[in-house]
Design a protein around this ligand. Sequence first.
Ligand SMILES: N[C@@H](CCC(=O)N[C@@H](CS)C(=O)NCC(=O)O)C(=O)O
Length: 220
Amino acid sequence: MKLHGYYRSSTTYRLRIALELKGLAYTVVPVNLLEQAHKALDFTARNPFGSVPVLEVDGRWRAQSLAILEWLEEEWPQPPLLPAGGEARFVTRELAYAIATELHAPLNLPVLRYLKEPLGHAQDEIDTYYRHVLARTLTPVEQRLERLDTGDFLHDAPGLFEAVLVPQLYNARRFAYPVDDHPRLARIEAACLDLPAFRRAHPDVQPDNPAAPSSEKTTP
Ligand SMILES: N[C@@H](CCC(=O)N[C@@H](CS)C(=O)NCC(=O)O)C(=O)O
């Protein structure tokens, strides 16, 4: 398997977590978003969405991280990303999709760039927008976790929800969002970041991260 992606892309990070949790071997193929490598003709010819991640398996390119996560679960059911039981599976999807659909899209790089240019918003206004959007969804997710009385994970082991949550909180922290105001979310994040699978998936250790120990420092 080849994972075409960018170290700081939260959707790529989701897939790294899932692949690591399932113990599937993959090679990282860096796509430098800052250099617009995802808009190059040889990339868009194979992925018309012009975004990362892409999971390449046996020459077939698959895009759209949520669809890929569900596909991985169907093809490699063990260990599972979804818990047993209809209600628990529903809750996992409910909360994972809330984060993936309500947070990722309005906070994606092209949206933030557009707010700056041509709309002309100052960086502090964009940061305020960013934190506002996060609070609007993380607050009800936290309330759901309170009612479910969660511990280290949504269910017994990390899976789809944690694979979506942890990258979004990584981005939230980059924008100085007070994640710790949501203690249940912060607890799940801390428990995940302690696990080897999540440590291997972390942006800090990816080969295309210019600050990573093993990086060839090819990115700006
Ligand atoms: N719905 C897509 C979104 C993919 C996406 O927007 N990826 C971002 C990185 S996290 C990207 O490629 N952004 C660059 C751009 O859209 O120009 C998915 O879940 O895979």
